[in-house]
Design a protein around this ligand. Structure first.
Ligand SMILES: Nc1ncnc2c1ncn2[C@@H]1O[C@H](COP(=O)(O)OP(=O)(O)OP(=O)(O)O)[C@@H](O)[C@H]1O
Length: 231
């Protein structure tokens, strides 16, 4: 069974008198271990889709099942528990807390999990190592480069050992070289840690690191290279 499964998902927003429908009766299957990139013009609903898959927002119709759980049936607190255990979110701007060290920023999501302090420390150390920042644990965000900050953001997204990581333009604020390093890192985490990735990007080079490239076009998905095919 697909790890991420959307069936007939629609989402509308009202803008003044106008109703916009960024997602229109969408179906999507992402298999465990896949790395899917999602491109499309600005305002077509890519971030909206990530928010639905993360349970941050609810669809107007359709069903979303992630890691075996149908999200629409969950209360807010159950959703928060589910998200803490199953989902990591990588932002364009890393959203690190400036008064916390790299270690403490990465530790934050683990505070929502039932772990002993030893297990928590092991998870944080593993995540720091996975992103190559074992020697930066005690640095504050202001003491890190942009690429290092993003790597802390990535470590924070994987520290709970989530089944799915969604990334919203993770390389959007980085220079070319740093962007390439982050792309390599994401690819490695997908392959070596078997993390299923769903990444929104405007960068066609970044999109190519994915095992499957989708484009969101007028409320529907088309697969890169087969523009007429609905997924
Ligand atoms: N909470 C909201 N309330 C009203 N309109 C919204 C809301 N969230 C998104 N929208 C609108 O829905 C549409 C899709 O937005 P979304 O951010 O998902 O697009 P996107 O494809 O991620 O864009 P970009 O590439 O610029 O980040 C846009 O027209 C946006 O203004």
């Amino acid at each position: 069974m697909a790890l991420v499964k959307l069936r007939g998902v629609s989402k509308q927003f009202r803008k003044g008198d106008e109703t916009i429908t960024p997602l229109d009766n969408i179906d999507l299957d992402v298999q465990a271990g896949e790395f899917v990139s999602l491109m499309g013009p600005s305002g077509t609903g890519k971030s909206t889709l990530l928010n639905l898959v993360s349970g941050i927002d609810q669809p107007d119709s359709g069903t979303i099942t992630v890691a075996g759980t149908q999200l629409s049936g969950l209360s807010r607190s159950k959703l928060a528990d589910w998200r803490a255990a199953n989902l990591g979110y990588i932002f364009q701007t890393h959203n690190l807390i400036p008064v916390l060290t790299a270690y403490e920023n990465i530790e934050l999501p683990t505070l929502l999990l039932k772990l002993s302090s030893k297990q928590r420390r092991q998870r944080v150390e593993l995540a720091l190592e996975a992103v190559g920042l074992g020697d930066r644990a005690d640095h504050y965000p202001r003491q890190l480069s942009g690429g290092q900050e993003q790597r802390v953001g990535i470590a924070r997204a994987i520290v709970a050992h989530p089944k799915v990581v969604v990334a919203d333009e993770p390389t959007g604020s980085l220079d070319t070289e740093t962007s390439e390093q982050v792309q390599v890192l994401l690819q490695r985490l997908n392959r070596e840690l078997d993390i299923t990735m769903l990444m929104v990007t405007h960068d066609s080079d970044a999109a190519k690191i994915a095992s499957r490239q989708l484009i969101l076009d007028r409320g529907k998905f088309v697969e890169e290279g087969s523009l007429a095919t609905k997924v």
